[in-house]
Structures are given as structure tokens and as C-alpha cells.
Design a binder for this molecule. Sequence first.
Ligand code: ADP
Length: 201
Amino acid sequence: MSNENIVWHAHNVDKPSRAEHKQQKPCLLWFTGLSGSGKSTIAGALEQKLFAMGHHTYLLDGDNVRHGLNKDLGFSDRDRVENIRRIGEASKLFVDAGLIVLSAFISPFRADRQMVRGLLEQSEFIEVFMDTPLDECERRDPKGLYKKARSGEIRNFTGIDSVYERPEDAEISVNTATHTVDECVEQIVGYLKQHQIITKG
Ligand code: ADP
């Protein structure tokens, strides 16, 4: 399909005015890491903290998106790429709306994360690597998925028989095996303050 006759319309209420209104710098916190590494737990606790501080946030969480926006997608390589692309584009719209967006997806491939980074302005994309060792994630196994992957009931499971490409220069690395949930949240809040994404509190 050709897009040549579709022109981007710049509206008067724009991202800077929405950001000023909300007293925050909109951005995308992209949580990546193995299943069970703590993405949902930390993103949820961080959102709660930011909300309590009076910030405007939106959390996009892996499985939830597959119930709606991406329910037509499966787990083939092509569908996985499309899954991340749509999440990236949806996140970008929420950033444009002036929000601090938290997205929690395993997103094991560097190229896919890079693609999302490329959709946003340079300082807007903040990669948050949940650097939790595989053996700790497997010990937790909150959804019983590692057990199923080890027994061969699930195939192509990240960390077992599908690769996880560690970020090489994530803006934030968090180790949930050595730090409590509160400490991890404080680490990220510290980063957001240091980079003047938030100035309250
Ligand atoms: P993911 O979203 O990466 O699959 P979850 O957040 O669903 O991971 O699961 C992480 C599990 O680890 C949860 O059961 C959580 O309670 C537990 N956990 C224990 N300590 C921590 C910690 N310091 N940070 C995050 N999660 C932790």
C-alpha cells in the first residue's frame, strides 16, 4: 500500500506543551530481561511510586497486549518482530501524549530493541535491563514456564532453547537477585531525577 498521499499533520497541542502541563519529560522505560527476571514486578512498583508522586504514567505489559492489539499475532519470528514493532509504535503515541511509559516485554533480540529505540527521540528511550541470572529466574519460575520448557512441553523458550541477547549499553541495569524491589525502584527513580525526567519529590 502506498503512503505517498498521507501527510503528517502537526497539531497545535504538541508534545512539549503536554509535557509542560504534566510537569515531566515524557519517555519510554523499556524493561527487557528473561521471564521471571522481575520486569512486571519492578515496572508495576515503579508505576505505583511515580503515580503517588503525581506523575502521569502508562504501563504496557507483555501478555496483556496479546489479548487485544496483538491478538492476531503468534510466536513465529515474523510475528514476534511485528509484536514488538506495534508495541513500539503504541508506546511512541503514549510518549507523544506526554506520559512516562513503562513497557515490560522479554524482547530478547537486540535488533528489535534497537528498532524501538529508533522510533523515539534520543533521550526518550531508556533501556532498563533486568540483569537477573538465569538460575535465579528459573528458581523463582513464577508462571511454571521454565519447568515446562525443561521438560520439552514448551519450545523456543528464552534462556533455555532460544537466545536472550544481553543489552550492551542499557541506560539502567538492575539486579533483582541482589536488591529488593524497593531498592530497584529507588535506583530507577534516581536515574529519572538525575536526568530531569522528573523533578518532583
Ligand atoms: P517477568 O515480568 O520478568 O517475567 P515477574 O515480575 O513476573 O517477572 O516475576 C518476578 C518474580 O520474582 C516475582 O514472583 C517476584 O515476586 C519475584 N521477586 C523476588 N525478588 C524480587 C525483586 N527484588 N525484584 C523483582 N522481583 C522479585
